[in-house]
Design a protein around this ligand. Structure first.
Ligand SMILES: NC(=O)c1ccc[n+]([C@@H]2O[C@H](COP(=O)([O-])OP(=O)(O)OC[C@H]3O[C@@H](n4cnc5c(N)ncnc54)[C@H](OP(=O)(O)O)[C@@H]3O)[C@@H](O)[C@H]2O)c1
Length: 408
């Protein structure tokens, strides 16, 4: 059957700091047969992005509040890749258009209360239509969500038993985007940040367990972890990533593809070296103080004026020299342990995020038939919507993804 939609992927928000990097990725790394266009609210900026890019692309224009304009964009493509954030401010009409026009969707939000609202409004309809709406396709939450999925399935396949628990340990270096800060500030200003305390915020309505197990409570203090023989601290992305992993777990339960009856997930920052305990303590205090400053009106205003503004981000050198390493430890019901590793060179919030997001969009645009769950739709997660196909694409794109049964 001929394809009536002129584009495979439209990159919306293409003039932003992350958006421009997605354009570069598509221009330099993506097969010529993929038909793509750039889009956003400002034609002049988009024409400049087009002029700077080595590919010939169409430019589509619609503001994030222009429902008719966004409908026209959504109905002309198989997939929308969205980097226009804060998503709670600029994402609603676009997701609405994608659901009504049955256009698959990926973004890089970490705004869990916003995604909760999407689940309430759109999950049922997108599920019925087989439209995949997949937020969290950046550094939050691909390593956590995809890593857990791969580890659990490895345990089930290789050891023939279920998984009791996965713990992830992050180490990372990189910079900070103005757009990310704007999203965090919007979360605080909108009064929605308190919702993030719910460990099962993104679970289907009927699903949340009546009691919160200790493994599902966000870590608050540095601690020595005997399993990895290292000091750990709370990871500031943990309250986002853990909710995404738990949504994957709950959705797989509904589809009889369970991770395990009492499956639990938690994640941490990990510290090595002689000063590890001090570093863990210092990081915990610094993260707490930063969160406190963001939550108070006057300190928030002060921070806002001193930190990177929307449209800006780290230097090329910082982005090239950044990196992340996510070690995963899975415990099987028979007592055996399985280790996983996901790592990528480059600033996690930019280089890795752009790679994860673009490859996620390409899964939907070019490998839809191979994705998990025939005709699966809804407000999904990277693991439930893209699964092994994304893992394979990321491996081919240079991300290390390894799994092994632990010795002894
Ligand atoms: N998951 C992750 O690891 C990760 C990493 C990085 C960023 N992010 C998230 O991604 C988002 C973007 O970050 P960024 O650093 O790229 O921010 P940015 O540089 O400020 O870009 C924001 C984009 O939104 C567009 N925009 C603003 N108002 C709009 C409107 N009314 N209608 C349509 N588009 C509008 C901007 O268009 P103009 O160019 O016309 O102003 C720009 O393209 C943020 O929410 C951030 O938190 C997530």
């Amino acid at each position: 059957m001929s394809n009536p939609r002129p584009y495979d992927v439209v990159l919306y928000g293409a003039s932003g700091f992350t958006g421009q990097q997605t354009v570069e990725y598509f221009a330099n790394q993506v097969d010529e047969q993929v038909r793509w266009a750039i889009a956003g609210r400002n034609r002049q900026k988009l024409e400049q992005v087009k002029a700077n890019c080595s590919a010939t692309v169409d430019v589509l224009v619609a503001d994030s509040q222009d429902q008719e304009g966004l409908d026209t964009i959504a109905e002309r493509t198989q997939v929308i890749l969205n980097t226009a954030g804060p998503f709670a401010l600029y994402g609603n009409a676009m997701v609405d258009a994608c659901v009504r026009k049955q256009t698959h969707y990926v973004d890089i939000t970490g705004e869990t209360p916003w995604v909760k609202s999407l689940i309430q409004r759109y999950h049922a309809r997108a599920a019925a239509d087989g439209t995949r709406i997949i937020p969290f396709c950046g550094f939050d939450s691909v390593p956590s969500d995809l890593g857990t999925y791969l580890l659990v399935r490895f345990i089930q396949r290789e050891l023939g038993v279920s998984c009791l628990q996965v713990k992830a340990y992050f180490q990372a270096a990189g910079g900070f985007n103005g757009g990310t800060l704007a999203s965090a500030i919007n979360l605080m200003q909108s009064g929605q940040a308190s919702q993030m305390a719910d460990p099962f915020l993104l679970n289907p309505q009927k699903d949340p367990p009546s009691t919160v197990s200790p493994q599902s409570q966000d870590p608050q203090v540095p601690q020595y972890d005997k399993d990895v023989k290292a000091w750990t601290a709370p990871f500031f992305m943990g309250p986002v990533n853990t909710r995404v992993v738990r949504r994957s777990c709950a959705l797989f339960d509904q589809w009889q593809e369970s991770y395990g009856v009492h499956f639990a997930y938690q994640e941490y920052l990990k510290f090595n070296g002689p000063l590890a305990s001090l570093s863990a303590l210092g990081t915990t205090l610094a993260t707490g103080l930063f969160g406190l400053a963001l939550s108070q009106g006057w300190t928030r205003t002060l921070l806002q004026s001193r930190l990177p503004q929307p449209g800006s981000g780290p230097s090329t050198q910082v982005m090239d020299e950044g990196w992340f390493r996510c070690e995963l430890m899975g415990q099987a019901t028979n007592g055996q342990r399985v280790h996983g590793l996901i790592q990528n060179q480059g600033d996690p919030g930019n280089r890795s995020t752009v790679k994860f997001l673009c490859e996620s969009a390409l899964c939907l645009a070019t490998q839809l038939e191979q994705l998990p769950g025939k005709n699966r739709g809804g407000v999904l997660t990277p693991a439930t919507g893209l699964g092994d196909v994304l893992a394979e694409r990321l491996r081919r794109a240079g991300t290390t993804i390894e799994l092994a049964v632990s010795e002894g």
